[in-house]
Design a protein around this ligand. Structure first.
Ligand SMILES: Cc1ncc(COP(=O)(O)O)c(C=O)c1O
Length: 452
């Protein structure tokens, strides 16, 4: 069987049997050119036709050191030689224990307990349920604190709880009736109203937050948000000081702060955790994606001792956190995570900052392009926003699929990207070599110029 036949067979079976995430299958089924990835090495992916691609979107924002990293491969193999999985209900396991210790040591101050799950959505769902239950059980109990404050354009995953916390109408609108109600703060990114200056917009957002806290603070269980940059909402940057302001308000009104660092965590924004750039520690922290270096599905929700203690009591007290998944604390995932984090030293994080700066410089000329409204970047996380009319900020119509067209052009040029509407996502693997970063910037620039 030739490589080509392999591709054809796999591709037709893909179209016959699979249903892909966030994908209009009707168009997918007609696209003959979709790569079927068969292997990877470093930041390169190889498809069944033998074509090579730069993994420009870190295999959906989770790849850290590239593919086939010898130390992570070895750690998984070593663990496989012992056991792949056993339950955390009624037993514990070695890599889960060691990883929990490592995470607590690495995490922002005050986070002392680790609760595992399998995806970013679940990590958020768990944090939300912990915050809700916390107020019923803390001493003195405050059961009326049951409201959640979230941020417009936020994204926390696709399970119903995490969708309730999200604020992206395109993804979440249709499920409205299934969701619980949250209060939403204005998106602190200037994008929400281009007509006012950024400083004015920030003070408006802070005033908005203060007003909501004054009114609902005593009833609020938690603020649940992404720190510094709202990823899926369009790579929307928060202005400096916004997160610190929210932390201050949470402290003043005794509200838990839940930070979703599923996308930003583990070096992505140029510090180990994004919240450290504002000197902020949350009460609950959600982690996934980069945790295993992009190898295996593993997530964690970290809690402070104050939160944890509210769940302690005699067996009959019903204070238990009744939540868990079959693969909670899976040994292979935890072994991969341990090996991944071992490689994530200060030098590595410094390298992310340097590469982020370089990527910004490489893309600088695009700023003058007639359809590039904005280039936003924090470390190696960001996006290029395309607009139909730069003067008015008018967006391209959704059905024009402008982001997809740019990404299809990049694919033809050997780079895999994934857009968010008309924002071209910048999310290369953190360990990307500088020469590949140069290539990434060249291909993105050429693809935008070609399509627009
Ligand atoms: C900030 C944030 N939270 C949660 C999620 C959901 O994670 P998962 O896709 O692993 O469920 C994502 C995924 O992109 C994310 O960016």
């Amino acid at each position: 069987m030739t490589e080509k036949m392999d591709h054809q067979q796999l591709s037709s079976k893909d179209k016959r049997y699979l249903w892909h995430p966030f994908t209009q299958q009707q168009e997918w089924e007609k696209d003959p050119d979709i790569p079927v990835i068969v292997r990877g090495r470093g930041t390169t992916l190889y498809d069944a036709k033998g074509r090579k691609y730069l993994d420009g979107v870190s295999s959906l924002w989770c790849n850290v050191h590239g593919h086939r990293v010898p130390a992570i491969d070895r750690a998984i193999r070593r663990q496989m030689g012992k056991i792949a999985h056993s339950t955390m209900l009624g037993a514990s396991n070695e890599p889960a224990i060691l990883l929990a210790e490592k995470l607590v040591r690495m995490a922002p101050k005050g986070l002392t307990r680790v609760f595992y799950s399998d995806s970013g959505s679940e990590a958020n769902e768990i944090a939300m349920k912990m915050a809700f239950q916390f107020w019923k059980q803390t001493k003195p109990a405050r059961p009326k604190k049951d409201l959640f404050l979230t941020v417009r354009e936020g994204y926390h995953g696709d399970t119903i709880g995490s969708v309730s916390l999200g604020g992206i109408d395109l993804f979440h609108g249709i499920f409205g009736k299934l969701l619980f109600k949250t209060f939403q703060l204005k998106a602190p990114h200037h994008y929400a109203d281009r007509k006012v200056s950024e400083t004015l917009w920030l003070s408006d957002c802070v005033r908005d937050a203060e007003k909501v806290f004054r009114k609902y603070g005593p009833r609020m269980a938690a603020v649940h948000m992404e720190p510094l940059i709202e990823g899926a909402g369009g790579m929307l940057l928060h202005p400096k000081g916004y997160l610190r302001t929210i932390r201050r308000l949470c402290d003043r009104y005794d509200v838990l702060l839940v930070l979703d660092e599923v996308a930003t965590g583990f070096g992505r924004t140029g510090t180990l955790f994004a919240c450290q750039q504002e000197g902020v520690s949350p009460d609950l922290l959600c982690l996934a994606k980069n945790l295993t270096g992009g190898y295996l599905p593993l997530a964690a929700t970290l809690a402070t001792e104050r939160v944890y203690k509210a769940f302690l009591g005699a067996f009959g007290s019903m204070r238990t956190f009744y939540h868990g998944h079959t693969f909670t604390g899976n040994q292979l995932g935890c072994a991969a995570a341990l090996a991944n984090l071992e490689l994530m030293d200060e030098k590595f994080i410094k390298g992310v900052r340097e590469k982020g700066r370089l990527l910004g410089e490489l893309l600088e000329p695009l700023k003058s392009h007639a359809h590039v409204a904005d280039i936003r970047l924090r470390g190696l996380m960001g996006g290029i926003e395309l607009v139909k009319d730069k003067a008015t900020g008018e967006d391209y119509p959704y059905e024009l699929k402008i982001g997809y067209k740019v990404c299809a052009e990049a694919r033809r040029r050997g780079v895999l990207l994934r857009p968010l509407g008309s924002v071209i996502v910048l999310m290369p693997p953190l360990g990307i070599a500088k020469r590949d970063l140069v290539r990434l910037a060249e291909v993105i620039t050429a693809s935008i110029e070609r399509v627009m």
